[in-house]
Design a protein around this ligand. Structure first.
Ligand SMILES: Nc1ncnc2c1ncn2[C@@H]1O[C@H](COP(=O)(O)OP(=O)(O)OP(=O)(O)O)[C@@H](O)[C@H]1O
Ligand SMILES: [Mg+2]
Length: 349
């Protein structure tokens, strides 16, 4: 059953400007975790604030748990929407201790239950020893975890998180991604996590929604999104890619590009002649007698792989990016050959 339904949700801040959020259509199942991914200013926070009830939509409707919470000026106030929200700037109360911040949303609970719940969620985010401190006595990352604890404390059905991992270091970030999803799953909560980090999105989400300039570009599982990006924007925003123009062959299984013929993973349903293909760097594998040959321009060591930039010479505008294993000896100036795995090639709009 769909639990959150956004229909044609639009927000225009000033009538002369184009909408910050433009006809967003999205259906989220109960217990599903969605990542809303997009560049700065694309409308992520605005979308979240409309769902939470802090921002009035210009048009469209919002349903939560089968109930209309916004439509045609009819609006249910934020506190009646059963939502826990983690704000981008944490929004902790500076005059309240960490424990009291966490207990804030538990006004209807008994004193003892309140205290126990606060202890429980603070333990969950690893801040049990900080209960008596004030927000200004905590680091940014610690404040962020308090905000998370506060949102989760009342056991909401819907949890909305705006950049919940942005101020955490790499190690803590990975731990929190895992813990947040575990906590959400345990509570069977439906969640939307806003991020501009693809790794965050892929690690936490059942489905990823990519937005640009207020418009949803694609909704897909992380795997689908990476392997079959719908358009050039998604292909470039979600990971790195090589975008090539070409002509679709008659068999509709190959594209002729300036570097040669590239195979598609499946027969295309597209009838267009002039097309674009996205080729993931992981799909280009160095091989002794590979079909494509070029000169290495640059090698960057990332720890997990080496990013190799290869110039394919004549008629080629952009060099190709490929990832080589870290134990492979690749030096700038040498000539390499590689093959392209069709599974990591996609036709894009
Ligand atoms: N109160 C406001 N009044 C006018 N314009 C606004 C207001 N809030 C947001 N905007 C504009 O709406 C657009 C979307 O903003 P939003 O905060 O939703 O972006 P975002 O995707 O959350 O970006 P970021 O990743 O930087 O947080 C931006 O162009 C922003 O300037
Ligand atoms: Mg934002």
């Amino acid at each position: 059953m769909s639990f959150i339904q956004l229909r044609d949700l639009t927000k225009t801040f000033s009538h002369t400007l184009k909408p910050a959020v433009d006809s967003v259509h999205l259906t989220i199942e109960k217990g599903e975790i969605i990542a809303l991914l997009g560049p700065s200013g694309c409308g992520k926070t605005t979308t979240l604030r409309m769902i939470a009830g802090f921002e009035q939509p210009t048009s469209g409707s919002i349903k939560i748990g089968g109930e209309v919470v916004y439509e045609n000026q009819f609006t249910v106030p934020p506190e009646k929407r059963g939502i826990g929200m983690v704000f981008q700037d944490y929004a902790l109360f500076p005059h309240l201790t960490i424990a009291k911040n966490v207990m804030f949303g538990l006004s209807k609970w008994g004193t003892r239950a309140k205290r126990e719940r606060a202890k429980e969620v603070l333990e969950l985010v690893g801040l049990a020893d900080y209960a008596a401190r004030y927000p200004h006595e905590l680091s940014g990352g610690q404040q962020q975890r308090v905000a998370l604890a506060r949102a989760l404390a009342p056991k909401p059905h819907v949890v909305l998180m705006d950049e919940p991992f942005s101020n955490l270091d790499a190690g803590l970030r990975e731990k929190m991604r895992f813990e947040v999803t575990t906590i959400l799953r345990k509570a069977n909560a439906t969640a939307i996590i806003v991020t501009h980090d693809q790794k965050d999105a892929f690690a936490v989400a059942d489905r990823v929604v990519v937005m640009n300039e207020g418009v949803i570009q694609q909704i897909a599982t992380p795997r689908e999104m990476y392997r079959c990006p719908k358009n050039c924007f998604v292909a470039q925003f979600v990971g790195k890619t090589n975008l090539l123009s070409g002509r679709l062959c008659e068999d509709m299984r190959h594209v002729d590009t300036h570097i040669g013929r590239v195979s598609l993973p499946a027969q295309s349903g597209v009838m267009l002649e002039n097309v674009k293909v996205s080729i993931r760097p992981e799909g280009c594998k160095l091989a002794e007698e590979g079909r494509f040959t070029g000169k290495v321009e640059r090698v960057t060591y990332s720890g997990e792989y080496q990013e190799v930039v290869v110039n394919l010479g004549a008629g080629t505008t952009e060099p190709m990016i490929l990832y080589a294993p870290i134990d492979q000896d690749v030096q700038p100036g040498i000539v390499v050959s590689f093959d392209i795995t069709p599974e990591l090639v996609a036709l894009v709009e």
